[in-house]
Ligand binder design. Sequence first.
Ligand code: FES
Length: 169
Amino acid sequence: MGRSGKVTDMSQTSWKEDYPVSRSAEHRSVRRQFLQFLCLSGLVVGFVSFFRNFFLRQKQIFPTKDILALNQIQSGYYLFRYPTENDPAILVKLSDGTLRAYSQRCTHLLCPVHFKPEDDSLFCPCHNGSFNAKDGSVQYGPPPKPLPQYEVQIRDERIWVMGKLKSNS
Ligand code: FES
């Protein structure tokens, strides 16, 4: 190899003498750093995803929605979708003529609730839960919290839903 081969050998020898680390120890170290990098990346991705979802939920936008003409709800209830097309909701006309709107998803395990006009309640047949249709509060059964209630307004003889009522979240 001549002169250049000798120089290489000498430099490797001197390097190994200064840093006496075996090949396997070197590989273990690189593997450990790589695993630490993977763990840290996973944690960062997890935190970012959690906070993004948390803040998006906090800033949930509720659109103003025209539901139906006032004279079309004579008695009983009307089913619609709110705030998105994937969210079942129910508009009820109470015995005193008052209108209320709620999410139709039971707060226990999300079964749809049904209006019972005889006692102004919203009944969940899945596990016999019941909500007061005047304010969405739980009357009995396993539901852990009230039904989300939406603000209802009458404008130009039409029924509009405006957003979630804060007192009932
Ligand atoms: S899902 Fe409504 S009571 Fe269980």
